[in-house]
Design a protein around this ligand. Structure first.
Ligand SMILES: *Cc1c(COP(=O)(O)O)cnc(C)c1O
Length: 377
């Protein structure tokens, strides 16, 4: 039986070639590849600087530190995200403050943001979820009004645009991630981008044990971390970057095909929407089950038996036990996020998924939903 994973990296000869070059050179860390990757990535996104790091999560940690986030500060972010965006706030000792999302793009709802700002608020960590930007304009407006720093969690939104401008170019800094399920991968890896020289220098130092750029190996100006990206990963990243435009184009075609097949079945599935002025780069293709009495675990299980992997994207972060216990979050506190979490289902999207595959996935999904409707479980 053919298997359809939710995500799959797209690796060709170029990745092998570049990694081979690194392995033959013997220069496995802090060599020429990560510098080339940084330079090309910065140019691709359109920022002055890029600092390669070991993951999106470590990148977010450093971006928050570079913004001066300290214990006792508050950072506003979305509860509808991968847990790493909130965890990075927790690492700094600051308190994550969640702002509910809007129901069309599942990003921060700017109309609910202002009332959450306090004297302790330092940063808005603006997540661009699923490959579509947040409503950046009004969020930046509030940040200016209250003198808050904006950091973009662009881990899912490489190449997505907001009124023609790429995500990652709006905040003081932005972080991209290259885990194998993202639009481009390095295995593990991430990238902080910024136009701010001070932020850039600080991130570069902190990822490298607090060393200054011109310092000796055993000299340190800060208590830093080892958050470096190795050369093999950077080599993969360079190869991926060369075909990123094409890969995004492929993802758009798959998303469009899903849209065509599923559109007549609005009774069963709510399709993802792209807001006016934004372009989507499809980290995941997430539908929502329209009927509340359908058992999502059962749908997932039946699809699995047909070789189709699907995932719950995403649980709301405030409802994880660890967050509830530590910050006393309650069910019902962020109702839009909770209702999207309760109904969302990510379908397979990866390069190589053909129109016939997409048709099969859609037909299987709709058949299950039609059956479970006639005999509720
Ligand atoms: C993937 C992701 C991260 C973390 O990236 P890693 O490279 O897995 O550490 C952070 N935030 C969001 C929204 C993500 O999707």
């Amino acid at each position: 039986m053919k298997q359809y994973p939710v995500a799959k990296p797209y690796i060709t000869r170029r990745e092998h070639q570049y990694v081979d070059e690194v392995l033959r050179s013997g220069h496995l860390s802090l060599g020429p590849k990560y510098l080339a990757f940084e330079k090309k990535f910065a140019r691709h996104v359109g920022t002055r600087y890029a600092c390669a790091v070991s993951s999106g999560t470590t990148g977010l940690h450093l971006a928050l530190l570079a913004a001066g986030v300290k214990p006792d500060d508050e950072v506003i972010t979305s509860p509808f995200s991968f847990i790493a965006s909130a965890n990075a706030i927790v690492y700094t000792g600051a308190t994550p403050v969640f702002c509910d999302i809007e129901p069309v793009t599942y990003n921060l709802d700017p109309t609910k943001l202002e009332r959450l700002i306090t004297k302790k608020t330092k940063v808005i960590l603006m997540v661009h979820i699923f490959g579509q930007s947040a409503d950046i304009g009004p969020i930046m407006h509030l940040a200016r009004k209250y003198r808050l720093t904006v950091i973009e969690d662009a881990c899912e939104s490489v190449d997505a645009t907001y009124h023609g401008q790429k995500t990652g170019t709006f905040g003081q800094s932005a972080v991209f991630a290259f885990y194998p399920n993202k639009q481009m991968t390095t295995g593990e890896g991430g990238m902080i981008v910024t136009n701010n020289k001070r932020v850039y220098d600080l991130c570069c130092s902190l990822r490298n044990q607090g060393r200054g750029a011109s310092m000796d190996w055993l000299d340190h100006q800060y208590i830093g971390y080892n958050y470096r990206l190795d050369e093999m990963s950077a080599a993969v990243g360079l190869a991926q970057l060369e075909k990123l435009d094409w890969m995004i184009g492929q993802r758009r075609k798959i998303a469009a095909a899903y849209g065509r097949y599923l559109k007549p079945y609005g009774r069963y599935v709510i399709l993802p929407q792209t807001a006016e002025g934004r372009t989507h780069t499809w980290f995941v293709y997430v539908v929502r089950l329209a009927q509340r009495r359908v058992s999502r675990p059962r749908v997932i299980e039946v699809l699995r038996r047909h070789g189709i992997q699907t995932k719950v994207y995403l649980p709301s972060i405030h409802l994880f036990d660890v967050y509830r216990r530590r910050y006393h979050f309650r069910r019902g506190q962020y109702p839009v996020s909770e209702s999207v979490s309760a109904s969302a289902l990510a379908l397979p999207i990866y390069i190589g998924l053909r129109p016939t595959d997409i048709k099969f996935i859609c037909r299987t999904l709709i058949t299950i939903l039609q059956k479970t409707q006639s005999s509720p479980v």
